[in-house]
Ligand binder design. Structure first.
Ligand code: NAP
Length: 348
């Protein structure tokens, strides 16, 4: 499937942080984009997207669709060759994990792929899964060959009670592979990003990525950051990875999309070097024992603490470089440009 600059593509969850940069990328390369949002009349959700229309052509078309409403993606999918399914709730704290995370993730995926089954023009679906469908807790890496996660592994440690967001992503990706295997009209290509940073098309004040970075600057971590290792990737590189997964004929299977391993402390240190005089970024990690003791007060489970704090997090991004030709921006650039955007928008 090559980009002929004529293909019409669909993007679900268009109001989101990741989708904004993806839509910008697709429009920039000449595609017509059918973008779904829950409420296309909400200026806050779509204003930054409409600003991408150049005034002469309007290759961005908005459609209303809800993950939980059967058939609601049919209209937007009509005439599309390719579907990018990014919509899924990303929150670490929820009241009811089944209702708030798993149902929209899994039923939503089922719903979008059922629409693809009914839309003969669709030849490929690119699903935004997560590295969380591969690594539930950092400690999982210790059980993988060489201590490094690859696309071969699946998260088997998350559940409704433990890391429910990761569980929702795992279940949704499993559902997608199951449905892909049951038909032959479209092929599935999966993107498994690590923690996404970098400036959005706008500051997405409700997106979890922005919430996490905000917590580094608002004094919450003044006495130290949890010793938490994570992989990180720039949202603009992630958009390009989606694009390549959509249009490179040979793209197939899962793809870990991650620039490199980092940690909360390293991200905070990079920010402190640039913005440190004005914000109380953490200067050290807190002892894991202290976090373990205080975990219930902070709404964290002790199992989560012991399986993540101080544990090495390692994922192999070589397939993305080899198969999609990805190169990644320096993390320093991504995190400082993101924070500068947050400062400008008075989010911190
Ligand atoms: P985001 O800004 O919160 O975007 C999530 C999108 O999903 C929003 O557009 C949201 O629409 C939509 N959505 C949620 N529930 C919905 C429902 N019931 N019906 C229709 N749409 C619904 O988060 P993001 O960071 O861009 O995440 C986008 C995708 O990337 C998700 O699949 C996420 O799991 C994945 N991902 C993100 C990261 C990361 O670090 N950010 C890492 C790995 C994978 P509303 O605006 O209407 O709520």
């Amino acid at each position: 499937m090559e980009s002929t600059n004529k293909q019409t593509v669909m993007v679900t969850g268009a109001s989101g942080y990741v989708a904004g940069r993806l839509i910008e990328n697709l429009l920039g390369k000449g595609h017509t984009v059918h973008a779904t949002v829950r409420n296309p009349h909400d200026r806050n959700a779509v204003g930054h997207l409409l600003a991408l229309n150049d005034g002469v052509t309007s290759r961005l078309k908005l459609f209303a669709a809800d993950l939980l409403k059967e058939g609601s993606f049919d209209e937007a999918m009509k005439g599309c060759d390719l579907v990018f399914h990014t919509a899924s709730p990303f929150f670490n704290k929820v009241k009811d994990p089944q209702r708030d995370l798993v149902d929209p993730a899994v039923k939503g995926t089922e719903n979008v792929l059922s629409s693809a089954n009914r839309t003969p023009s669709v030849k490929r679906v690119v699903l935004t899964s997560s590295v969380a469908a591969i690594i539930g807790d950092a400690a999982d890496c210790l059980g993988y060959p060489g201590g490094i996660a690859t696309e071969e592994q699946w998260n088997t440690t998350s559940s409704l009670k433990h890391q429910p967001y990761s569980y929702s992503k795992t279940q949704a990706e499993r559902k997608a592979w199951e449905m892909a295997g049951a038909q032959s009209q479209w092929e599935l290509v999966v993107i498994n990003p690590s923690f996404v940073i970098g400036p959005g098309l706008k500051t997405h004040s409700n997106a979890e990525s922005f919430n996490i970075i905000r917590q580094m600057a608002n004094g919450m971590l003044r006495f130290g950051a949890p010793d938490f290792n994570i992989g990180v990737v720039d949202v603009r590189d992630l958009a390009e990875a989606h694009y390549r997964a959509g249009f490179m004929p040979e793209a197939n299977g899962r793809h870990i999309i991650s620039a490199r391993e980092s940690s909360l402390l390293e991200l905070a240190t990079l920010l402190r070097n640039k913005f440190g005089r004005r914000y109380p970024f953490p200067k050290r990690t807190l002892p894991n024992g202290v976090i373990w003791l205080m975990a219930p007060l902070a709404g964290l489970s002790r199992r989560m603490v012991s399986r993540n704090m101080g544990q090495p997090w390692k994922a192999d991004n070589s397939k993305s470089i080899r198969s999609l030709g990805m190169s990644y921006r320096p993390v320093e650039e991504s995190i400082t440009e993101m924070f500068a955007q947050m400062v400008e928008a008075k989010l911190v």
